[in-house]
Design a protein around this ligand. Sequence first.
Ligand code: BGC
Length: 279
Amino acid sequence: MSSTEGAPQDVIPAQLLKGQKALVTGANSGIGRATAIALGRAGADVVVNYVAGREEADKVVEEITSHGVRAMAHEADVSDEGQVVAMMDHMVQEFGTIDVLVANAGMQRDSAFTDMSLAQWQKVLDVNLTGQFLCAREATKEFLRRGVVPEVSRSAGKIICMSSVHQIIPWAGHVNYAASKGGVQMMMETLAQELAPKRIRVNAVAPGAIKTPINTSAWETAEARKDLLRLIPYDRIGDPEDIANAVVALASDLMDYVVGTTLYVDGGMTLFPGFATGG
Ligand code: BGC
């Protein structure tokens, strides 16, 4: 638990994902890190993908293996096709298959619109959207090859796309990021429609403001925190474990009939809190 008011992880049933193999991209920090650990707690073997930060990735691996499951770190840039293919090959070689993909790796490169360079636009689209496309495609090939193994899960595979409240909330100064997450929503829904007949479940989790390195400036000073809390009816900033718990639930057979849905985990940020008193 990363704060006294955060989401507990000790309530995760240790058998929930027993025998399943999970890949979490961008798992060396923030939401990815908490998610990889939570999947391990739930009994899954986990590949901890990272692009930079081997030491942090190794620490995540250590924490996961302390729960009696297997874990390994794998460096790959999710926007590089060759590296994604190699990562999936490595995972299948080591763990035999993949049951759960958490396409989490993401970044911000913020800028006022007219100052935004093509490189800033492109990088965010490459990592946040193309990266999810590549990882989902390679995972799906393996899901289809293997099919359903009833002792492991009712579905042939689960893809959980890490989106954001900004898949529906426009965000000035962040057009690249908001466009990438809007793209994630439609990609996720289209894949869900296309793959459901193959017993593959594709869903998304859309976090609100979660305390991670991506948005430190939004919560590190008392003033910033006050401004931020105005946007959150539930009146607390989220912890990475809040998202991790939602991912574990979505990945499990408890949610076997949930297909093509975005689960907003945002303390009510998408409820138009400005209208609580106005309008
Ligand atoms: C962004 C954060 C932001 C949050 C709420 C997330 O998707 O990455 O920087 O604080 O949305 O606006």
